[in-house]
Write a protein that binds this ligand. Structure first.
Ligand SMILES: C[S@@+](CC[C@H](N)C(=O)[O-])C[C@H]1O[C@@H](n2cnc3c(N)ncnc32)[C@H](O)[C@@H]1O
Length: 334
């Protein structure tokens, strides 16, 4: 199937892409500006032939191609990037444009290496989400440090932690598993929680601390633990430590280069993982569980101590990810 994309096709894709970007940006930018949000998705593979996503990060464009054979021999992504720059950065000089464009290629392996380092260049900047601020790095990895599709989940968690703090009359104990750069923890801490942030990666935990500092949160009052989730849960359960609110947002698959951590397959392992998380939940507590596994089939019936399981996928669906639900999300409460 190689060679189907020639100059003429490139031109046509570029024009369609640019037209769509202008239209979407005109619609979305004012809406997000009103909410103080300067990082959002402008294009989510809306046109079947233009297999890409484009995210706006405070005037920078992150363009990711879903790589396919037909474009292997042509500079398809570079051409789309030029089209995007003329549509969304019309006033930015050519010399400056290069620094504002960040190109990524996603290969669709079943267990694709989404977390590999891409470039040594690095491009760090601060983005806003209402009253919250986050560091993103648009160059070093496939992911930027902030999952935009979780924006409404973060808002919901922040709101619920705030309500919980009022109801309990003390700081809620908040646990963030597979925490990555700690964005859920930032929302919870800003809402008054004492947070515990757990991730296998030292680098991401350091990033989480910097996100706390950026939000004027005192890191000495919060815990950041470099641990495998399963090990952590069994340890704290024995010590009878409990939390009022737990976020579980694991990768679909994980065989992170740490021999102490067993490989994770979320479809297979989610009942056991959630059972373990329920084991550290305080009475009246709540778990928010999310997965971006594309064909996830929940099997939550067997969760013995669970009083209520509710799917909230549509409630936390971000409007800029309207093409399809980016993840499925559930609340479990006891
Ligand atoms: C999908 S990201 C989580 C996204 C995060 N909840 C957010 O919204 O920003 C997956 C994270 O899980 C971590 N991770 C993978 N396997 C792990 C394990 N066995 N124990 C703890 N963390 C793990 C990775 O280091 C990565 O930071």
């Amino acid at each position: 199937m190689k060679g189907l994309v020639d100059e003429r096709v490139l031109e046509r894709h570029g024009e369609m892409f640019a037209a769509r970007l202008r239209k979407r940006f005109r619609h979305l930018a004012p809406r997000f500006k009103r909410r103080g949000i300067d990082a959002f998705r402008v294009y989510d593979w809306d046109i079947p032939e233009v297999r890409a996503t484009l995210d706006w990060y405070a005037g920078h464009l992150v363009i990711a191609e879903y790589v396919r054979e037909q474009t292997a021999d042509v500079p398809w992504l570079e051409h789309m990037a030029d089209a995007a720059a003329s549509a969304l950065l019309p006033d930015v000089q050519d010399a400056e444009r290069g620094a504002r464009l960040h190109l990524k290629r996603r290969t669709t392996g079943k267990r694709g290496h989404r977390y590999g380092r891409l470039s040594r260049r690095g491009c760090e900047l601060e983005v806003r989400e209402g009253d919250h601020r986050f560091w993103v790095d648009l160059e070093s990895f496939v992911d930027t440090g902030l999952f935009l599709d979780h924006r409404e989940t973060r808002a919901l968690v922040g709101q619920q932690v705030l309500e919980l703090a009022e109801r309990l009359g003390r700081p809620p104990r908040f646990l963030n598993l597979y925490a990555y750069t700690g964005s859920f923890s930032v929302y919870a801490a800003r809402a008054g929680a004492e947070t515990t942030t757990v991730d296998l990666s030292k680098g991401y935990l350091a990033w989480a601390r910097r996100n706390f500092e950026l939000n004027q949160l005192d890191t000495s009052k919060h815990r950041f633990l470099e641990e495998d989730t399963a090990r952590f849960l069994s340890g704290v359960r024995e010590q009878r430590q409990r939390w009022d609110y737990v976020v579980v947002d694991p990768p679909s698959f994980s065989s992170v280069g740490n021999l102490s951590a067993a490989a994770l397959d979320i479809q297979r392992d989610h009942p056991r993982l959630l059972e373990a998380a329920l084991g550290v939940l305080a009475p009246g507590g709540r778990i928010v569980f999310s997965t971006n596994h594309q064909r996830f089939e929940p099997d939550l019936r067997a969760l013995s101590r669970c009083a209520e399981v509710r799917e909230i996928t549509t409630q936390v669906q971000a409007e800029d990810f309207s093409r399809r639900a980016a993840h499925r999300c559930f609340v479990l409460s006891i």
